[in-house]
Design a protein around this ligand. Structure first.
Ligand code: MG
Length: 384
């Protein structure tokens, strides 16, 4: 039976800083699985590298916020008092009504006490029924109100082009990045029916005076994708293309008071990493120096395993691992006699069939596949 053992678990690094190396030697013997394309200038890890850290486990039960979410409103007055305030930090005047968090017109926006940078947000809302001249205008405002995803009754949009119904313009309908980008499609429901947004927001990224990334919105409206990683064209506002982006890394989430008693429920948010935080595995934030540094650390850890290994097959694998992370002539020289030991062990039967021999076989196959080792070596022949 194939045994899956992790030999090294390296903590993820963020912002180019190594957070540390955590060794988890498990089960005494730890063999690597074959891995694919090798590390390079943009990737510290090879493809399918078993030394790569696993994602953090999150519980995601149906109908509930994920276990790592911050629940901002759960239908209780306690969640309002704890998480929401007005723009000045004073208690919000918005009211609780039958488990709903309802906008009180002219009281100003409701804002979170906490600030957020990159985030995933879930929020449910409803436009009022009856004769509402404001079409249930509200909005989800990120970064202290700088960027709005519109909330509006957009169910009965008519192509009348009536000048008396300005709320009908496409870039101001529900789900629009206000004034910038209309929805891809219109999945709006009727007034009086609950609707949902699932929003992924990335704020602008600056390096000094250089705007590295303008930030973006991805929005699912009632489960339908309506904003597909839309790059922000500046802060959102009425009638203008501002071409100005916020500078702060974090900002409060606010719900707009546009004069309409719009109710909300089930609001939760997750902090997510910036796409620029990972500097060692491809992506927009990759930095060659960080990749080289992590590869150096990985190579050193593999060498430690090699030094501690009693079994020639394990020593061989660990040395090659080290060489793959950071090629060096010193390590390559060390591989030669260990390879001869492995050949002897395989031929003599000292390295028994099973997981050790199997792991060595797979590893040699990977080396040949990856171009590290020429086909037809003594070891490869002995293993066949
Ligand atoms: Mg609005």
């Amino acid at each position: 039976m194939k045994r899956k053992v992790r030999s090294v678990n390296l903590e993820l690094r963020t912002g180019g800083l190594a957070l540390g190396v955590l060794l988890l030697a498990m089960g005494g013997v730890a063999f690597a699985e074959p891995s694919g394309d090798r590390p390079d200038m943009r990737h510290a890890w090879s493809v399918h590298d078993v030394n790569r850290p696993d994602p953090v486990k999150v519980t995601a039960d149906e109908g509930k916020p994920p276990s790592d979410a911050i629940v901002l409103f759960d239908g209780t007055a306690e969640s309002v008092a704890k998480n929401w305030c007005d723009k000045k930090g004073e208690p919000t005047k918005w009211k609780m009504e039958d488990g709903k968090f309802v906008c009180v017109p002219s009281s100003g926006p409701a804002c979170t006490r906490e600030k957020f940078a990159d985030c995933q947000l879930h929020i449910e809302w409803m436009t009022p029924t009856g004769d509402d001249p404001g079409y249930g205008n509200s909005g989800v405002l990120l970064h202290d109100g700088a960027y709005e995803i519109q909330i509006l009754d957009s169910y009965a949009i008519k192509p009348s082009q009536s000048p008396w119904k300005p709320a009908n313009y496409a870039d101001g309908q529900a789900g629009a990045v206000y004034g910038q980008n209309p929805c891809l499609v219109n999945p709006a429901r009727k007034p009086g029916v609950w609707q949902s947004y699932d929003i992924v927001f990335h704020p602008p990224v600056w390096e000094g005076e250089r705007l590295v990334d303008p930030g973006s919105f991805t929005v699912f409206f009632n489960g339908v994708l309506v904003q597909d990683h839309w790059p922000l064209e500046g802060t959102t506002t009425w009638c203008r293309r501002t071409k100005k982006w916020t500078r702060q890394k974090e900002g409060r989430l606010c719900l707009q008071d546009h004069g309409n008693p719009v109710p909300f429920r089930n609001i939760w948010i997750r902090r997510i990493p910036s796409r620029f935080a990972n500097t060692t595995n491809g992506g927009p934030g990759v930095k060659a120096a960080d990749v080289a540094e992590l590869r150096h650390e990985l190579a050193a850890q593999s060498l430690k395993f090699a030094d501690a290994a009693k079994d020639p097959a394990e020593k061989y694998i660990r040395l090659w691992e080290s060489f793959c992370y950071e090629p060096s002539s010193a390590v390559r020289k060390r591989i030669v006699p260990v390879e001869a030991e492995c050949v002897k062990a395989v031929k003599s039967g000292a390295l028994k069939d099973g997981e050790h021999r199997g792991a060595l076989q797979r590893f040699v196959d990977m080396l040949v596949l990856g171009g590290w080792m020429e086909k037809g070596s003594e070891l490869e022949k002995a293993l066949k």
